[in-house]
Design a protein around this ligand. Structure first.
Ligand SMILES: [Zn+2]
Length: 281
């Protein structure tokens, strides 16, 4: 994706220096994967207070090289956030209130509770903020095998999608449903919510391209690959070797790819009613 020299969003709270002193080392690949899976499958920080997660291992200060890479990623994320602001302002007008992005390192306090880097990026409706630890870049690249800048852009756009769901009342509706139905039934709704956020990420990609012509050749593939990599079925298979469909909360790889694509191809926000899709009931 073309992004260098573009406007960086100013709706950013940089807590990297205060939230931790360096990058967590130790804990190992397995620990990170288990925490990631926990995030993608179970804990939905957008609606439940997160359990306290103590960062694993010890902190190390960043080297000059790592510092520079981190800064580059921060810039990238700010530009992507700026792109989401431009698109959603155009599509929603004054109804779009820009969310704040919090950059953190290791641990962060949000209105949804305490979160660790291993939770992955998340949106907290309680304070309307997106939280990202930039080391997630490496998680995508190395453990989820979803490299590429546009894979990261998709993740940011997905979280912004949750913000739109907050603005249009879907988040509140979900909170009511949670009171009324059992866990298995609620998981179905959670899948619909997540797939809609994927759809909204696709709609964003469509309009960003139309407005700015910034997509490069493999970008959409990177996003689809990321959507595929973080499907519940694939993450579950990798973690326990079998799949338990009723415990899905984000949708299968195929569903995530399908809804992102649908958003990207149509660019039509009205086509994203995952809650009325009979195949998801
Ligand atoms: Zn989500």
């Amino acid at each position: 994706m073309l992004w260098k020299g573009q406007r960086e969003s100013t709706n950013v709270e940089d807590r990297r220096k205060i939230s931790g002193k360096g990058v967590a080392v130790g804990g190992g690949v397995i620990g990170v994967i288990i925490l990631l899976i926990n995030f993608f499958l179970g804990g939905d920080p957008s609606s439940v207070p997160l359990p306290q997660q103590v960062p694993s291992g010890q902190s190390q200060p960043l080297s000059a090289e790592e510092e520079a890479l981190d800064e580059e990623r921060a810039k990238f994320v700010k530009v992507v956030l700026g792109y989401t602001e431009d698109v959603w302002k155009q599509l929603m007008g004054d109804r779009y209130q820009e969310p704040t992005l919090v950059l953190f390192r290791e641990t962060v306090q949000s209105a949804c509770g305490m979160a660790g880097a291993a939770s992955g990026p998340f949106y907290c409706p309680g304070d309307q903020k997106l939280y990202i630890d930039l080391s997630f870049y490496e998680e995508m690249q190395n453990h989820l095998r979803a490299p590429g800048d546009f894979a990261m852009a998709y993740v940011i756009a997905h979280e912004v999608g949750h913000h739109i769901q907050y603005l249009n009342g879907t988040t509140e509706k979900m909170a009511r449903i949670r009171q009324q139905v059992g866990e298995e039934e609620y998981n179905k709704y959670s899948v619909m919510l997540e797939l809609q956020a994927d759809f909204l990420a696709g709609v964003w990609a469509h309009h960003t391209q139309k407005m700015k012509n910034v997509l490069e050749e493999n970008d959409i593939e990177e996003a689809l690959n990321a959507a595929n990599a973080i499907g519940d079925d694939r993450l579950q298979k990798e973690s326990r070797g079998y799949v338990v469909p009723e415990s899905f909360t984000h949708g299968t790889s195929q569903q995530r790819v399908y809804w992102f694509k649908k958003g990207f191809e149509t660019g039509d926000i009205k086509q994203g009613n995952t809650f009325d899709d009979p195949s998801l009931r």
